[in-house]
Design a protein around this ligand. Structure first.
Ligand code: GLU
Length: 299
């Protein structure tokens, strides 16, 4: 399991390099002129391109002229998207800042909006956000109503149990047992297929009390989310078993906006080679998860 996941991640990295070598900036998807062109930025934030120019009528032009962007992120998922005392932080937050920077929008001009799993597609469809960067798995069902750029990361579903639980060692051990997950998420659908008694709430942090009290025997979602919750509640919980799905994370955007999707994809590809992606990882998820072994932390 570990090896296949690692090679997948390596493959994603290699593909990113190849794509970046071949990509052109046609279709109005260029990242503008006059910028810094590097993943540098200041210590705190990714680079912001100065005076980028985009083809008239594109979403990039609209956003860069307005000088602001509305981004849906999670507010209660340590490592990827969390609203703390210093504001929004996490790997997804940093990815959003990289994209905003290439539109000429500084981090302090981003309007952060809390997304929960179930409201992500409606937020995009209703125009309440410009993009969603929120541990958001790319899948065909979602692609019926929105588009995705990416993937920029590959997670996998796992289980969180109480630290002293030695009975649950894999997804086979939750058949017929109460397991907490979140409405509108891919893990919730998988749990039902696995035969667990699914107990649903709105956010993963709201699954922790039922786990403490014994109302459920496990919480299930992506390993990186569970790792963040375990780290935040040190000694109380642990991850159990291997990863049993693949969750490629994408950036949600309005269906049919191909130029915007191409622009975000090019921005991501550039970030893999100019250091911005690695920097974003190191200051957030990388404080707990290994870069290469990241998704394999539980194995
Ligand atoms: N990646 C999964 C999903 O998009 C689970 C994480 C989440 O709910 O944000 O449904």
């Amino acid at each position: 399991m570990k090896r296949s996941r690692l090679s997948l991640i390596a493959l994603a990295g290699a593909a990113a390099l190849v794509l970046s070598a071949c990509s052109s900036s046609g279709d109005g998807a260029g990242s503008g002129s006059g910028g810094t062109g590097s993943g540098g930025g200041d210590d705190a934030n990714p680079a912001v391109v100065s005076n980028p120019s985009f083809e008239a009528g594109t979403t990039m032009e609209k956003l860069s002229k307005a000088g602001k962007i509305t981004v849906g992120v999670k507010f209660d998922q340590p490592l990827f998207g969390e609203k703390g005392l210093k504001g929004e932080e996490g790997f997804d937050v940093e990815i959003a800042k990289i994209i905003a920077g290439q539109l000429g929008i500084a981090a302090d001009k981003i309007d952060w909006k809390e997304a929960v799993s179930a409201n992500r597609e409606p937020f995009i469809e209703n125009g309440e956000v410009d993009i969603i960067v929120a541990t958001y798995t790319i899948n065909d069902k979602r692609k019926e109503v929105i588009d995705f750029a990416g993937p920029y990361y590959i997670a996998g579903q796992s289980l969180l149990v109480k630290a002293d639980n030695n009975e649950i060692k894999s997804e086979k051990d939750i058949v017929g047992k109460p397991v907490c997950s979140v409405t509108g998420s891919t893990p919730a659908e998988n749990l039902a297929k696995l035969g667990a008694e699914t107990v649903l709430t709105d956010t993963y942090s709201n699954c922790l009390e039922p786990l403490r009290s014994g109302k459920v025997v496990a919480v299930s979602t992506d390993n990186v989310i569970l790792a963040g919750l375990a780290a935040k509640n040190e000694g109380e919980f642990k991850l159990a078993g291997d990863l049993f799905t693949e969750e490629p994370y994408g950036i949600g955007l309005k269906k049919g906006d191909t130029a915007f999707k191409d622009f975000i994809n090019k921005t991501l590809e550039d970030s893999y080679t100019d250091g911005a992606y690695k920097k974003a990882w190191d200051k957030t998820a990388g404080t707990i998860l290994k870069f290469v072994d990241g998704p394999a932390i539980t194995e």
